[in-house]
Design a protein around this ligand. Structure first.
Ligand code: MN
Length: 208
């Protein structure tokens, strides 16, 4: 038997909290499957697909803005999940506080209205995919629905927040009821993280 060893170029990011930390909103069992099985599989597949190709030393961002097919799908799912898991906390800030708070008020009339619009988009997305809050280089917000592994970086937008609407994100805890999964999502979303992402984008695009 020959063993092929592949140097892992893309690493599986660890969860930034314990597996049980988001209960009862996102269960330990969901996180163990979602992170250790689903995300880990995307990482393994991406490493397998880039081995021996010009993408071998590319960043995930390079891959997802230029690749297509299975490489795009797997690499984008790695990026999307790392971004997704990083936005939760067992002690979340329940609403934005900084510059983002004002922008949400001006563009959507308030946080509840934005959450309702995003929740509706999550319900309306047929099949698997992601609903994003993203912004453009002027700091204007956009709600983006992406089928499958889609990512707003492909459209030149900057992702701020991601709702995973693949069934694997909610089926263990909520079975077929996606709306309950989305409700639970908002309970553990840490707006500190989203505030920080927004400030970083605004700061970076001002310098350009
Ligand atoms: Mn997922």
């Amino acid at each position: 038997m020959t063993t092929v060893s592949i140097i892992e170029k893309i690493m599986l990011a660890l969860l930034p909290y314990d597996y049980a930390a988001l209960e009862p909103y996102i269960s330990e069992q969901t996180l163990r499957y979602h992170h250790d099985k689903h995300m880990a599989a995307y990482v393994a597949k991406t490493n397998e697909l880039v081995a021996g190709t010009p993408y071998e030393n590319a960043t995930l961002e390079d891959i997802i803005t230029t690749a297509d097919g299975p490489l795009f799908n797997n690499a984008a799912q790695v990026w999307n999940h790392e971004f997704y898991f990083a936005q939760f906390s067992p002690t979340p800030l329940k609403e934005p506080e900084g510059h983002l708070k004002e922008v949400v008020e001006v563009e959507y009339g308030g946080l509840e209205q934005l959450k309702e619009k995003m929740s509706k988009a999550a319900m309306a997305l047929f099949g698997s995919g992601w609903v994003w809050l993203a912004c453009d280089s002027h700091g204007k917000l956009h709600i983006v629905s992406s089928p499958n592994a889609g990512n707003p970086l492909r459209d030149g937008l900057y992702p701020l927040l991601a709702i995973d609407v693949w069934e694997h994100a909610y089926y263990i805890d909520h079975r077929n009821v996606r709306a309950d999964g989305v409700k639970a999502f908002w309970q553990v979303l840490d707006w500190r993280v989203i505030d920080k992402r927004y400030d970083e984008v605004v700061h970076a695009t001002k310098k350009q």
